[in-house]
Design a protein around this ligand. Structure first.
Ligand code: FES
Length: 102
């Protein structure tokens, strides 16, 4: 298990999400009402980067075909077919830095 720096809190303002990379894995970090959440960034449908989609409350919408995901849990919210859920990760805020535990 590792701990990677996602950025400063000011890099991830409320309602925004960023992509961070760790050991070849892409992870999305989102700020929902001042709380940070992390899950895999790659949509399990056809592989879009979810961080390129939109964030509304805790719901991330895939930019390619519109699946929706809860960034608090990594679970699929809606799509036409069942998709494999995404891994979610613990986020730590230390001082003004945001870390993801992988
Ligand atoms: S790649 Fe995300 S819904 Fe198709």
């Amino acid at each position: 298990m590792g701990k990677i720096l996602a950025g400063k809190t000011s890099d991830i303002p409320q309602g925004k999400m960023v992509k961070v990379e760790s050991e070849g894995k892409a992870i999305l970090v989102a700020n929902v009402d001042g709380n940070y959440f992390a899950m895999d960034d790659i949509c399990t449908h056809k592989g879009a980067n979810l961080s390129g989609g939109t964030l509304e409350d805790s719901t991330v919408t895939c930019p390619w075909h519109g699946s929706t995901w809860d960034c608090k849990t990594g679970k699929l919210v809606t799509f036409a077919t069942q998709l494999r859920d995404l891994a979610s990760y613990k986020v730590l805020v230390e001082s003004d830095s945001v870390f993801v535990e992988t």
